[in-house]
Ligand binder design. Structure first.
Ligand code: FES
Ligand SMILES: [Fe+2]
Length: 405
């Protein structure tokens, strides 16, 4: 006897239980096994526009310092002095001439991290200045951002980062055509969101909410109003409405198409989630990149960059209508996440909630998270195995206003 799938597949499947969003112990495990083990998008390279420029970012439990060297390369280090462990740079960003000096006892490091000076250093000739240099952190550049990895053996960047774009868009060339690395920063807005980072990812992964909370977005992308399967095919981009001249808050014209974007990509919106903390949104005339910085179990800072052709930014063009569309989407989404966060601690959510069929792929994200947490150690090599298996579970069943991997 055969049974039809409809009669055996329940409409609803379980989410993670509430404590996954409120328990500091779970968050600590996530810091160790996710944010300190995988590639983590830290800073935009152009923010470090000259030698000696630096930024500090929180990655998991670590403060990481990213610098531009005298020869123009980016370097990342733990932001910790090798003497007695003082935090080396206390500001989020700054500029030095040629060295970084610890404010405690003045140990001094060059921009490649070597110890170059310290009070009475000549009286300690046995000190190896490289051994007592700053601790290096792995760094790769992609899309114009510095991606860092705190793992001793980072997972494959090609598989875990670029692979997310390939899985979503069908090829690395598809994202390459936007030439994001050469775009100029038109606007940056930082959102301090009182919600667990997973609520933000989950929200980005589904469009069941789009018709309810995103009127401006569904005006431009009408298929999002249907709420499901908007991007369930690899390579599918949501088409602009006939009335929309551009991806702007009122559908008015945007800017000229980026030169590499092809006809198939024109008048379409694509998005990629690079787990664990990046969303990339592609439209013909600009690219929007979200970087999440999970700071506590119930607090996540999201830094959102709007990137345009350099000529558009240099011309002083008015970006407001272009930026306003996704700024509203962000605000609408983050308010929804903040409304959900307190309920995670309620007895009503002890066993979690449910996913409707249009949100089922979020289940693959939950499997990925729990798979990472059950992983024995924060070593990137084994994590890669986990990533691959979680990927194969998620398949290509992506749909959302992001269409995530
Ligand atoms: S802790 Fe940095 S110089 Fe002493
Ligand atoms: Fe949304």
């Amino acid at each position: 006897m055969t049974t039809s799938p409809a009669s055996t597949t329940p409409s609803l499947i379980a989410t993670l239980p509430g404590h996954f969003y409120t328990d500091p112990g779970i968050f600590r495990q996530e810091q160790e096994r996710i944010f300190e083990s995988l590639w983590y998008c830290a800073v935009r390279g152009s923010d470090l526009d000259r030698p000696g420029a630096y930024r500090t970012v929180q990655a998991g439990r670590e403060s990481v310092l990213v610098t531009r060297t005298r020869t123009g390369e980016l370097r990342a280090f733990l932001n910790i002095c090798r003497h007695r462990g003082a935090r080396l740079c206390t500001e989020p960003a700054g500029q030095v001439r040629r060295s970084l000096q610890c404010p405690y006892h003045a140990w001094t490091y060059d921009l490649d991290g070597r110890l170059i000076a310290a009070p009475n250093l000549v009286q300690m000739p046995d000190i190896d200045r490289t051994e007592y240099g700053l601790v290096r952190v792995a760094l790769r550049e992609w899309l114009g951002y510095a991606w860092i990895c705190l793992a001793d053996e980072p997972p494959s960047f090609e598989e875990t980062v670029i692979g997310a774009a390939v899985e979503r868009l069908g090829s690395a060339e598809a994202i390459g055509r936007y030439e994001t690395e050469g775009l100029a920063l038109g606007r940056r807005i930082s959102y301090d969101v009182a919600a667990n980072w997973k609520l933000i990812v989950e929200n980005f992964m589904e469009c069941y909410h789009c018709a309810t909370i995103h009127p401006e977005l569904t005006d431009v992308l009408p298929e999002f109003a249907d709420g499901l399967a908007a991007q369930c095919y690899v390579g599918h981009g949501a088409e602009f409405s006939k009335e929309a001249q551009g991806f702007t808050v009122d559908g008015s014209a945007g800017f000229g198409r980026l030169p590499g974007v092809d006809d198939d990509q024109d008048r379409r919106y694509y998005a990629v989630t690079v787990k664990p903390q990046v969303f990339v949104n592609l439209v013909p005339d600009h690219v929007i990149v979200h970087r999440m910085f999970p700071l506590a179990v119930d607090r996540t800072v999201v830094e959102c960059d709007w990137l345009y052709a350099p000529g558009v930014v240099a011309s002083g063009a008015d970006l407001d209508k272009s930026v306003e569309l996704f700024h509203r989407v962000n605000t609408q989404d983050f308010e929804a996440c903040e409304r959900t966060q307190p309920a995670m601690a309620s007895r009503a959510y002890r066993k979690g909630g449910v996913l409707v069929p249009a949100e089922r792929h979020i289940g693959a994200f939950h499997s990925w998270v729990t798979g990472r947490l059950s992983h024995p150690a924060a070593d990137g090599g084994g994590g890669q195995t986990k990533l691959t298996s979680a990927r194969s579970r998620s398949g290509s069943s992506t749909n959302s206003h992001s269409g995530t991997a």
